[in-house]
Design a protein around this ligand. Structure first.
Ligand SMILES: O=P(O)(O)OC[C@H]1O[C@H](OP(=O)(O)OP(=O)(O)O)[C@H](O)[C@@H]1O
Ligand SMILES: NC(=O)CC[C@H](N)C(=O)O
Ligand SMILES: [Mg+2]
Length: 506
């Protein structure tokens, strides 16, 4: 996943976008970017790194204008080169910039079509540049003066051409701010408004926390397939643009990706995670009524919410047995396995007294590659634990993700082709407990009963867009597995739209 934000304000937007990106940082740590629009001119700053490292005072000063979009990136396609960081820009028609969260599953075919039929060249291997060009091409059919209906017609045609997960924000030069969400609503987008006396200001973002930090009132999520257009006066226009929209949002947002203080599709993530803890507690109780757990210990950060609820539900003491180094980011979204492995020990350290001679139940939100849990169990034993049990608030992750989470290879997933007990053995746990998939869905529905369907592909191998076959998955693995990425490392000399000319002192 990545984080996106769009802001139309009555004064300069650079700081507002920066602040929003810092609270969306958990969605992407590899690169950050911002494009503002100032009286007919786009201004760009994007680079690899965290938000605080990418935007220095001199960059902020140059990012002028009352309209802008921003992005934090966690790559799922192409390379991690600076040229593939976002936002992207295309000059025709009108001048458009776009930032995208998600992953197109037919980007190779679209790239071909763009070249041979639409006469457009894609200069990177990023699916987001493809999405921008499809949007640009469809918009170009509308003529010089765009009315809201023209923009919505173009989005309708984007939905007909593009497959996969996409939540996107864009600026059309001189026309306004646009955002759209794929017909399954796989990736999240919300919007809200603020009025500080000068008129309506609008923010569109991946998660509601971005709105909170800017003092915006959350209106709602974009519906699956819906588009929003904010014209230059700040007036909001929305329209459903998909032929057959059906909400099936990514359930892994609730498990791990989103911040707990966000509200996604009307469900407080904090609440869904609490319910996950309760359900998991029930499962442990049912499977093991005579359990001998002395203490429940979360693996910080994400599992805390469910672990606390699980402990209370089981009537067992909850303790923070691992301290987290606040200066290390999320390990799962780091680009390579070597870095991920090293970071677990840098990030987490055991407090001996909480483990010594105790039977501990360690709780994590999910087990994906098994990088974290293997090391953590070892650390618990080194700290003197008698028995180490492990519980995952999500079911076993057995299948690749194709919609914007970088889990491209089944054989990198520890539970792929293994039973729950086999995973337990492999990670060195005395006993393992996984959430049941129906319980996970129920946990989310208990917070918002309107959430009928989800994309649960990483758990059940069912891909809601219906276009994923073995060949697609084999190609994905061949191009994006950790081994493949290592082979292509260094292939970063791509030409993108250049940062501003006086950036050479970076
Ligand atoms: O099985 P693995 O491949 O190790 O992946 C799963 C782990 O990675 C994530 O933590 P992360 O450190 O990314 O973030 P957090 O601090 O939000 O928990 C997640 O919360 C699990 O702890
Ligand atoms: N995680 C994402 O949303 C990634 C967006 C896009 N596919 C990229 O790789 O830049
Ligand atoms: Mg974690």
């Amino acid at each position: 996943m990545c984080g996106i934000v769009g802001l139309m304000a009555k004064q300069a937007v650079n700081q507002g976008i920066y602040d929003a990106l810092t609270v969306l940082q958990h969605r992407g740590q590899d690169a950050a970017g911002m494009m503002t629009w100032d009286d007919g001119r786009f201004l760009l700053r994007k680079s690899n790194g965290l938000v605080r490292d990418v935007f220095h005072t001199r960059h902020m000063a140059r990012l002028k204008g009352n309209l802008g979009i921003g992005h934090v990136r966690y790559p799922t396609a192409g390379s991690s080169s600076e040229a593939e960081s976002q936002p992207f820009y295309v000059n025709s028609p009108y001048g458009i910039t776009l930032a995208h969260n998600g992953n197109l599953t037919n980007s190779d075919q679209l790239k071909q079509e763009l070249f041979s039929s639409d006469l457009r060249h894609i200069n990177t291997s990023s699916d987001s540049e493809v999405l921008l060009n499809v949007f640009a091409h469809e918009l170009g059919k509308q003529g010089l003066h765009l009315a809201p209906g023209d923009i919505f017609d173009a989005v309708r045609r984007v939905h007909r051409r593009c497959r996969g997960g996409y939540a996107a924000v864009a600026i059309i030069n001189g026309v306004g701010l646009v955002a759209f969400r794929d017909p399954h609503g796989i990736r999240p987008v919300v919007f809200g408004t603020r009025d500080e006396g000068e008129g309506q200001e609008v923010m569109i973002a991946s998660e509601s926390v971005a709105l909170d930090v800017g003092g915006f009132e959350l209106h709602r999520d974009l519906a699956p397939g819906e588009a929003i257009f904010v014209d230059m006066t700040g007036a909001i226009h929305t329209q459903q643009c998909a032929d057959t929209p059906r909400l099936a949002s990514c359930i892994f947002e609730h498990v791990y990706l989103a911040r707990p203080d966000s509200i996604l599709d009307g469900a407080y993530v904090y609440g869904t995670r609490m319910q996950m803890g309760r359900k998991l507690g029930d499962r442990i109780q049912n499977e093991w009524p005579e359990q001998d757990i002395d203490v429940v210990i979360p693996i910080p950060d994400t599992s805390r919410t469910s672990a606390l609820e699980l402990a209370q539900h089981l009537g067992v003491t909850y303790r923070e047995g691992f301290m987290k180094n606040r200066y290390i980011g999320r390990t799962f979204i780091m680009p390579g396995q070597t870095q991920r492995k090293k970071s677990v020990r840098q990030k987490l350290n055991a407090i001996g007294v909480e483990f010594k001679d105790k039977n501990v139940l360690l709780v994590d939100d999910s087990i994906v590659r098994g990088t974290t849990c293997k090391q953590i169990i070892q650390m618990a034993r080194e700290a003197g634990a008698r028995k180490v049990y492990f519980a995952s608030a999500a079911p076993p992750v057995r299948y690749p993700n194709v919609y914007g989470i970088d889990m491209p290879a089944a054989n990198e997933l520890i539970a792929h082709g293994r039973s729950e007990a086999e995973v337990g053995e492999l990670i060195g746990a005395d006993r393992i407990f996984y959430q049941d998939l129906d319980d996970l869905k129920a946990a989310c529905r208990e917070v918002n009963p309107a959430l009928e369907a989800f994309d649960c592909s990483v758990f059940d191998g069912q891909y809601v867009t219906g276009d994923i076959d073995d060949r697609y998955l084999a190609d994905l693995e061949a191009s994006r597995s950790d081994d493949a990425k290592q082979l292509s490392a260094g292939d970063h000399a791509l030409v993108g739209m250049h940062n501003q000319e006086d950036d050479i002192d970076d």
